[in-house]
Design a protein around this ligand. Structure first.
Ligand code: NAG
Ligand code: NAG
Ligand code: NAG
Ligand code: NAG
Ligand code: NAG
Ligand code: NAG
Ligand code: NAG
Ligand code: NAG
Ligand code: NAG
Length: 553
């Protein structure tokens, strides 16, 4: 998902934390207390608790438990009308460590009518959980793997390397995660969510908002426990049929190239705020072509900015990160313009200043990639033995999108050769009749999860509604909109579904200075409701010298 956290200030008193507050397995009422502020940095009031859930749901007689750390961000309007569970995708995106950030919390409050507590946890297999996926034992192995994470078309030998790396990872994970690796799956996490709902002792019903992969988790939970669904928003929808049953997420990149092109059309429509187009009369097509030409050039003749290599791999990863949200496009245009105009020292200064390129802990940096593999590969039901039988899938991805087609080859390679079989995997369909209707949200130009996937899943969820947000980026969070605020708030508060065919417009045109949720929030709830500093756009996608950020959903 996309989230930008403002400066984090710690104001909670140090806690005497977790385990003393924990409840033994079997009892229900959670006890909430202060959070560990290292794990749960927060700018807004939060409480934490631990719930012991069954470690292995397929062993009903076992008393082995998994402690699930919970965070609750307290509703600004009291009394709270209950809790909404959140998942931010990945799988493996951090949850507990981000939800208390000022910007994210304010946005989520506003999107939920400010009347609900926001609850989250780090699902099993993720780095914030007690059974993270850590497949590397030796630091040099982790560095080696990290530096080999590459987009598939970086060279003609890359696909074979990625295929071998995928098998290495699958083998390493089997060796090191033999005990807990099979206890990871979306089905188990869905059961964990129901345990949480029970322990919350509200109405025993699930209120859930999932983004990106979180939509697959939500759809799975809804399919397994349809009678438990009170309200659910699936936002930035992934096609769960592809996720579970195909060699790759084939539908996922449907709109990626269109969103990428919008960077350049948006740029020329607002030249004054787009460094690539100020002071010239270039068309959008010309600007886009310059960037493709740059990619082709650095493929064979990489540039460098001090200690940063600007090769195809790094540059493409950087461009792909732009698809997460248009708020970063003005800064992205400045950055690309520095490269195109040869201001490479400045490029290095920018990268130094963001610090995102400074990897010091390869284990931590790999944790998202491994969580994603551990959960997605286990959930996925296809295995491919031979490299040549994988190549048609690669071709299909390449022909779907030029910008993203070669973006997730490494993960798909690992999954097709995955060795750990989960104890439980969801194998059912998505013809679901939930207790109350689910609300789906899709953006017209979401390069990571296309609108067609939202339509696909919505069409088999009886009584569900689809809200279309006319905007660019990944999930509704990427597109500030007063209309979205009103629509989702009415859903959470009153169960009101948007009319069929409803489209919400973005609050800002592309390349508007200072686009953020602050203005639509203040418009809907009154000036001063949103106090967060405006969203700052980060530079994603660059690593010092080599490895790009792993791709996630
Ligand atoms: C808080 O979390 C950090 C990081 O996990 C851990 O090292 C520390 O011991 C925790 N503090 C307490 C008081 O439990
Ligand atoms: C868990 O089960 C084992 C074997 O049945 C038993 O020896 C142990 O005391 C139990 N532990 C707890 C905490 O109940
Ligand atoms: C997994 O662990 C079990 C029990 O420790 C062991 O018998 C088995 O050989 C291990 N499998 C692998 C592939 O390491
Ligand atoms: C852009 O086009 C306008 C109108 O044709 C012309 O006056 C102006 O000089 C051009 N600017 C540049 C930088 O080429
Ligand atoms: C990243 O590393 C560079 C070079 O070592 C250093 O100058 C910069 O301050 C670092 N940035 C951050 C945010 O740590
Ligand atoms: C892969 O790379 C080759 C050589 O640079 C290029 O011709 C081709 O268009 C690329 N394909 C994709 C899907 O990126
Ligand atoms: C949904 O997507 C899957 C996989 O692409 C496809 O097989 C199925 O026919 C689609 N269902 C609908 C209702 O569009
Ligand atoms: C929910 O319904 C009530 C009563 O009709 C209305 O006053 C309120 O504005 C609605 N809430 C939202 C967020 O639409
Ligand atoms: C809120 O602020 C906007 C922009 O500063 C201003 O135009 C508007 O009148 C204010 N509304 C109220 C109700 O104060």
């Amino acid at each position: 998902m996309v989230s930008s956290r403002g400066a984090v200030e710690f104001f909670l008193i140090p806690s005497f934390f977790a385990l003393s507050l924990a409840q033994p397995f079997g009892t229900s009422k959670l006890q909430w207390g202060p959070c560990n502020e290292t794990e749960v940095p927060s700018d807004v009031p939060v409480e934490c608790s631990v719930l012991y859930v069954p470690l292995d749901y397929t062993e009903p007689n076992s008393n082995e438990t998994l402690p699930l750390d919970l965070v609750k961000v307290l509703s600004p309007v009291k009394p709270s009308r209950g809790s909404i569970l959140f998942n931010f995708g990945g799988p493996g995106e951090p949850s507990r460590s981000v939800i208390g950030g000022q910007t994210l919390a304010e946005n989520l409050f506003a999107l939920t009518d400010r009347q609900f507590d926001l609850v989250t946890f780090d699902p099993r297999g993720t780095s914030g959980s007690k059974i993270p996926m850590n497949c590397f034992e030796v630091e040099s192995d982790a560095w080696s793997f990290l530096y080999d994470i590459s987009v598939g078309n970086q060279s003609e030998v890359e696909l074979g390397r990625q295929w071998a790396r995928g098998k290495m990872l699958a083998d390493a994970c089997l060796r090191t995660q033999n005990k807990t690796g099979s206890l990871l799956s979306s089905a188990f996490v869905a059961r964990d969510m129901i345990q949480i709902v029970d322990a919350l002792q509200e109405d025993g019903l699930l209120r859930y908002w999932g983004f990106s992969y979180g939509t697959t988790l939500g759809a799975t939970a809804a399919a397994m426990f349809p009678d438990r669904v009170e309200k659910m928003i699936l936002d930035g929808v992934q096609n769960p049929h592809d996720y579970y049953h195909e060699q790759a997420n084939f539908q996922e990149w449907t709109d990626s190239d269109a969103e990428f092109s919008a960077i350049f059309t948006g740029c020329v429509a607002n030249r004054d705020n787009c460094a690539l187009a100020t002071g010239n009369n270039k068309t959008a097509a010309e600007l886009e072509q310059e960037v493709w030409d740059l990619l082709d050039t650095v493929k064979y003749h990489p540039l460098f900015a001090r200690n940063y290599l600007l090769d195809y791999n790094n540059l493409k990863s950087y461009l792909v990160q732009q698809l997460y949200g248009s708020a970063g496009w003005p800064a992205g245009a400045v950055f690309i313009n520095f490269i195109l105009t040869g201001q490479l020292d400045t490029v290095a200064d920018v990268l130094d200043a963001t610090g995102q390129a400074n990897v010091t802990d390869p284990f931590a940096t790999l944790s998202l990639y491994q969580a994603l593999a551990g959960i997605y590969c286990g959930d996925n039901q296809v295995r491919t033995e031979k490299f040549e039988d994988f190549l048609p899938a690669v071709e299909r991805l390449y022909s779907t999108s030029r910008i993203l087609g070669d973006g997730a080859i490494g993960v798909a390679s690992a999954c097709q050769q995955w060795k750990i079989e989960p104890k439980e995997r969801y194998t059912g369909d998505f013809n679901v009749k939930t207790k109350s209707p689910v609300l789906f949200i899709g953006n017209t130009f979401d390069g990571l999860t296309p609108l067609v996937s939202a339509k696909n899943v919505s069409s088999t969820f009886e009584g569900s509604a689809l809200l279309t947000v006319n905007g660019y980026g990944h999930s509704s969070l990427a597109v500030p909109s007063a209309c979205t605020l009103r629509t989702t708030s009415a859903y959470w508060s009153n169960g009101t579904l948007p009319a069929e065919g409803m489209v919400c417009e973005a609050h800002f045109p592309l390349f508007s200075p200072g686009a953020s949720w602050v203005d639509p929030i203040n418009e809907v709830y009154g000036n001063g409701t949103a106090t967060a500093k405006r969203d700052v756009s980060h530079l994603h996608g660059f690593r010092r010298s080599l490895a790009p950020l792993p791709l996630k959903w």
